[in-house]
Design a protein around this ligand. Structure first.
Ligand SMILES: [Zn+2]
Length: 414
């Protein structure tokens, strides 16, 4: 298949670079929820929308919403987009690349009307930086962001107050909810990991957003003299914890797709000549399929219990967090695979280890994601990058996806 819109790649990259200048900290990119630079982002993208003949508004949650109407007034809506907020000292592509590509996909239509409307979404908040809670923008589209209105930021300002300061009305928040017929949601996002780069591939199709468990484990033994306590009479908490760390790595390495991480370890009393009496550690366990994660979990915890009891150590396990996996919509995924094949591209399945707006919207409508290679696997970092040719590939797959969906009359997934 020919790459029909090569000039659009440069348009996309130029837009990302210009939008990167809208920051609260000149010289780096920091654009939190409802902060002044978000007005500049909205103005830039609204201008683009108007040139394309789209209608646009900022909804009561601060989301930018721009519509390209379908061929019939009663046509359902396909939502395209990602988030406009960033982490502090961010890169130029996390989130915003997906929004910019949404406009580029409308531009690629060259005026064509589809049997469904397209609504490009620029979510106001996904990263959870300002209020310590994520997805205000996408939750507002489901009508479930209300409980976040009274959260306070570090300066004591509530979301409600921040909306007012931004020129919005918190009372109108329910009006942001999607009420019409939704065909689905399609999000293009940088991978933020090294898998596509390691495979030498430009784009991948997200199979699922991983489910996750987090635990704290406390191994309690007995601190005693490192010189006078024979090995068989010790209750070494760290030795038990260390076996557990290795067991977690072994199980994840031997279970396809499973990732297990012990990222934190605290040892007491913490002296070179004292046997550790207590070792506290974290466990983060993720997999695309809940049944795999939920089978691994008791196995890991039983191994921890075994390593502890072998040493006369007691184990306390404290659950901290559990999120179920979110499978992407099978028919949308199939269309994306078809679109990539038609574009002459490899189309691997990928798992998203990180959360995304697609995870929220999947509760309401068919959702799908396309990942774009992250050079160096880098994200949430100023050196975050994309390759121009990968943007071209993402545009080709996205354009073809829209045409395949149109060929089915926009009925897919309903
Ligand atoms: Zn993101």
């Amino acid at each position: 298949m020919t790459r029909t819109h090569p000039h659009l790649t440069q348009t996309v990259l130029d837009a990302c670079h210009t939008l990167a200048e809208f920051t609260t900290t000149p010289g780096s990119i920091t654009r939190l929820f409802l902060t002044p630079p978000m007005h500049d982002v909205h103005a830039y993208l609204t201008d683009w929308a108007q040139r394309l003949g789209m209608t646009s508004h900022v909804d009561a949650a601060g989301n930018l919403r721009c519509r390209w109407e379908g061929s019939a007034p009663e046509a359902p809506t396909l939502y395209l987009g990602s988030h406009l907020d960033t982490v502090p000292n961010a890169g130029a592509y996390d989130g915003i690349l997906g929004v910019v590509l949404g406009f580029a996909l409308v531009e690629a239509l060259g005026g064509q009307r589809l049997p469904f409307a397209l609504e490009v979404l620029g979510f106001s908040e996904e990263e959870g930086v300002r209020y310590g809670a994520s997805f205000f923008g996408s939750l507002a589209l489901l009508g479930t962001a209300g409980p976040m209105l009274d959260l306070r930021d570090a300066g004591g300002q509530t979301v409600r107050e921040a909306l007012t300061a931004f020129g919005l009305d918190a009372q109108a928040l329910p009006s942001a909810e999607i009420t019409g017929e939704a065909l689905g949601y399609f999000e293009i996002h940088i991978e933020q990991g090294p898998v596509l780069e390691a495979a030498g591939q430009s784009v991948g199709i997200v199979e699922a957003i991983a489910g996750q468990n987090r635990f704290d484990l406390t191994f309690t033994g007995r601190a005693s003299h490192a010189g006078t306590t024979p090995m068989l009479l010790r209750r070494d908490a760290l030795a038990a914890a260390a076996r557990f760390v290795v067991a977690a790595e072994d199980l994840a390495r031997s279970t396809p797709g499973l990732v297990a991480t012990v990222g934190m370890m605290d040892v007491k009393p913490g002296a070179g000549n004292v046997i550790p009496g207590e070792a506290r550690c974290s466990l983060d366990l993720r997999h695309a399929r809940d049944e795999v994660r939920l089978a691994a979990l008791p196995e890991l915890l039983a191994s921890a219990e075994g390593f502890a009891s072998e040493r006369g150590v007691t184990l306390t396990v404290t659950p901290k967090m559990e999120v179920q996996a979110t499978p992407m919509h099978p028919q949308f995924r199939a269309l994306l695979h078809q679109a990539a094949a038609d574009a002459g591209l490899p189309h691997p399945d990928l798992v998203s280890g990180a959360g995304h707006d697609a995870m929220v919207l999947a509760a309401r409508m068919p959702a799908a994601m396309l990942f774009v290679r992250s050079p160096g696997g880098l994200s949430h970092h100023p050196d975050e990058a994309v390759l121009a040719e990968d943007v071209t590939d993402a545009l080709a797959v996205g354009s073809r996806f829209l045409q395949l969906l149109a060929a089915e009359g926009g009925r897919h997934g309903l």
